[in-house]
Every structure is written in C-alpha cells, then in structure tokens.
Write a protein that binds this ligand. Structure first.
Ligand code: PLP
Length: 427
C-alpha cells in the first residue's frame, strides 16, 4: 500500500489486497475459528509469538480488511474494530486507565458517552471530570490530577456542533503527558484527520457515516502510534503482563503496544468484537465515504442557510455558518466541509418541535445520524433524556433544539420537506 495515496484512493484501494486468483472483493469470513495442523503453532498464536487469526473474538480476516483501511484513511498505524462505538470508547479508555485513575473530558459529548463517563466508569473506580471545551487552557489544566491518564473530546460535539480547538487540547495533553483521545465520528477522516492535529488515539462509531446506510452497529479504535507510553504513567504497557507469561507490550510491540494490548487483553476479556458481516459493510461504506461526505456537507450547509432565513426558526447551528461560534475552528480543522448534522431552535419550543418532526414526510424521525437518508430528532426527549436538565445544557441540548442529519438526497426536495413541516409546526 502506498502511504501517500490521497484519501479517496485509500478508501478504495487500502486494506484487503487479493493475491493471484483470490476474490476481488473483501470476503466475508463468517467463521468463528480457523483450522491448524500443528499444536505448537496454536500455542505460539496464544502466546502472541506469531501473528494470525485463530478465533474471531480476537481477530478475523474481514475485520482486518476494514481495520487496515480505516487506519490508512486516518493516517494511523493500526486499528481494532469493535461491536459498537460505545465499545470502542470503553476499551480505548480502559486500556490505559484503571480503578483509582481519572480522565478529563470535554462536556460537549454524545449522550451515551456522557452517561458512560458520568455513571458507569465511576462504578468501576474511573473518575471523569468534564470541562467546558471553550474554557482557557489554564482552567482545563486545573481539572488534571496526578492520576489523570487521558484527555477526551469529540472533533464535532454531538449535538452542540462545537468544533474542538485541537491546538489547545493537544498542547494541554502534551504538557500533562497523557494521550488525547478523539471521537471523530461526525467528520470522519475525509473531513478531519485528528492525528495531523496532534491527537494520539481516534475512535469512531462506525454505525454512522462509515457504514453510511444504517445497516450495522459497530465501532473502531485507531492508534496514531506516536504517544510515549514509556513516560512512567502507564506501567500496564511497560511492566510484565501475567496473563501472557510476563509479556511487556511496549518492549515487544513498540509503537503498536497500545492497540495490541487493547486487542489481546480487553477484546479477549470483554468480547465486544465486530461481526464479520458488519466489518464487510463498514469496509464497503468506506469506499464511498469521501463522495458521501462531500454531498452531506453541501446539503447541510445549504439547508442551514435556508433555515437562517426562516421566520419559524430562532437560531441555527452548523459549523460552517459564519454565525457559528466555532466557525473559525471549522475553517481551520474542517476545510472540506462541516459534515451532515445541523441543529436549530424552533419557535414554539418542544411542542412545535414535536409537530415539526411528525409533519416531515421525506425526512424520517429515527434515532440516528450519519445515514444517506435524512433524519430528524429531538435530543432532549430521546438521546439525551437520561441526563438531568443541567447536564443537558452542559452538553449543548436545549428544549427547543431539533437535530437534522442531512442526507444525500437532492437539496430541493429536502428544503421543500422542511418548508412544509415548519409551516405545519406553527399552526
Ligand atoms: N460517538 C458519537 C459521536 C455518537 O454519535 C455515537 C452514537 O450516536 C457514539 C459515539 C456511540 O456509538 P454506537 O451507537 O455505535 O455505540
């Protein structure tokens, strides 16, 4: 694989490369296990002395095709697919943070991630301090403790749509000697490649734009391969692992230490693996990702501009609107487009919002974003309903907020549908 291919070429050509006479398309290896002749070889596979697939919970050729392609597209060194975006976030953090330790996270997160950090991690002894991503570097640094092991944020916050100030966040992470873990679900590597801006680990909900057709739930962790795990804060990567006869990850695997450990420890023990069929669909989705992200971004910007002019709309939020508070950061970090999600405030609050959603004919009310089909949602009563009102506000969710995931249909049909639904919402 050529490392310097453009991302459009990586999307098509990276990953699975057939040898002479093999299938042209990544095969779906729907097999839990793999056959061997030599018991000694199997023992070596278990001891990580040789590489290879032996059980699909740990690795699978179809998953590997997807993993290699997304790693190439993100500019990372390796990836591990998971059963969901939530599993990717969970393993990405647990791999370097244990009971008694702590992470700092931007407060503007997807509701499920917020809940994982605010409720479930503390039950396992991992504490999380949420910070306003717009706060000064000094304020964010004040949230760090000696036991802090990671800084976490989303490139585009869901659903606040604030664009992360990578320069500020990477400077803080480097100063504090912890990795910056970025959820890059909304922009995808086509619109933003966080490793180029100093991030260390990237995660995705592959369920969204990577699949792109709303067929499969899945996730992926991509390792940038540049973080110094030997800085004294991560003994689990430098000290012997008794579950592998004293293996030391950093010494044995070098820059791949983090992603190998995630697979052989946490995927082995937690089992949140990707299904081969889903990996096939994610790989297929990646092939058209650049084209789709262009259209999603064009349509969303056009719809956002239309909404800004409408009487029934009190505000519109989209990273590429000049009125957006993150516009400067969006210009810097998302030069090719702002992705497909926009939010707006409807006059008449939650009641008008309900009428709007129920009046949409083409745009469907579904709990999803990042699909080729346009969809609409009221986060306060759905994705973010488990959060208190205070937590909802901290994650950017107000009662009048409508979230639109703008698909790749023709823009004229989308505007016509929104127009008639807005009219109905005000009656
Ligand atoms: N991260 C973001 C930004 C999301 O929007 C989502 C889901 O909506 C997730 C993570 C969780 O992913 P999944 O639903 O695949 O578990």
């Amino acid at each position: 694989m050529k490392k310097d291919w453009r991302i459009e070429t990586q999307a098509i050509q990276s990953g699975y490369v057939p040898k002479d006479g093999e299938p042209r398309i990544l095969p779906i290896v729907q097999s839990t296990t793999f056959k061997f002749q030599s018991a000694e070889h199997v023992a070596k596979l278990f001891d990580l002395e040789v590489g290879g697939h032996f059980y699909t919970r740990l690795s699978n050729p179809t998953a590997e095709g997807f993993e290699t392609k997304i790693a190439a597209m993100e500019g990372g060194i390796a990836a591990m697919a998971t059963s969901s975006g939530q599993a990717a976030t969970t393993i990405a953090v647990m791999n370097i943070c244990r009971n008694g330790q702590h992470i700092v996270a931007a407060s503007t997160l997807y509701g499920g991630t917020y809940s994982l950090f605010a409720n479930t991690f503390p039950k396992m002894g991992i504490e999380v301090t949420f910070v306003d991503p717009e706060a000064s570097a000094a304020e964010i640094e004040a949230a760090f403790r000696p036991e802090t092991r990671a800084l976490f944020g989303e490139t585009i916050g869901n659903p606040g749509l604030n664009v992360l100030d990578f320069e500020k966040f990477t400077t803080i992470a480097k100063k504090m000697q912890v990795p910056l873990i970025i959820d890059n679900t909304f922009p995808t590597p086509y619109l933003c490649r966080p490793f180029e801006h100093g991030a260390d680990i990237v995660i995705h909900s592959a369920t969204k734009y990577i699949d792109g057709h709303a067929t499969s739930v899945g996730g992926v962790i991509v390792d940038g391969g540049t973080f110094d795990w030997g800085n004294g804060k991560y003994p689990e990567l430098t000290e012997p692992d008794s579950s592998y006869h004293g293996l030391k990850y950093l010494e044995t695997f070098g820059s791949l230490a983090y992603i190998v450990k995630a697979r052989v420890q946490y995927m082995r023990d937690l089992g949140a693996c990707v299904a081969p069929l889903n990996a096939f669909l994610f790989n297929l989705g990646l092939e058209t990702l650049p084209l789709r992200m262009q259209r999603h971004s064009e349509n969303a910007l056009a719809l956002a501009k239309y909404l800004e002019t409408h009487d029934a709309v009190s505000w519109v939020r989209y990273p590429k609107l000049e009125s957006h508070k993150s516009f400067g950061q969006a210009e810097k970090y998302l030069p090719k487009g702002g992705s497909g999600v926009l939010t707006f405030g409807i006059k008449g609050g939650a009641e008008a919002g309900k009428k709007f959603m129920e009046s949409c004919q083409l745009i469907a009310l579904v709990v999803h974003v990042g699909d080729a089909r346009s969809c609409v949602l009221h986060p306060a009563t759905t994705t973010h309903r488990q959060l208190s009102e205070e937590e909802q506000i901290a994650s950017g969710v107000t009662p009048d907020l409508i979230r639109l995931s703008v698909g790749i249909e023709h823009i004229d049909d989308l505007i016509a549908d929104v127009e008639q639904a807005l009219k109905a919402s005000q009656q």
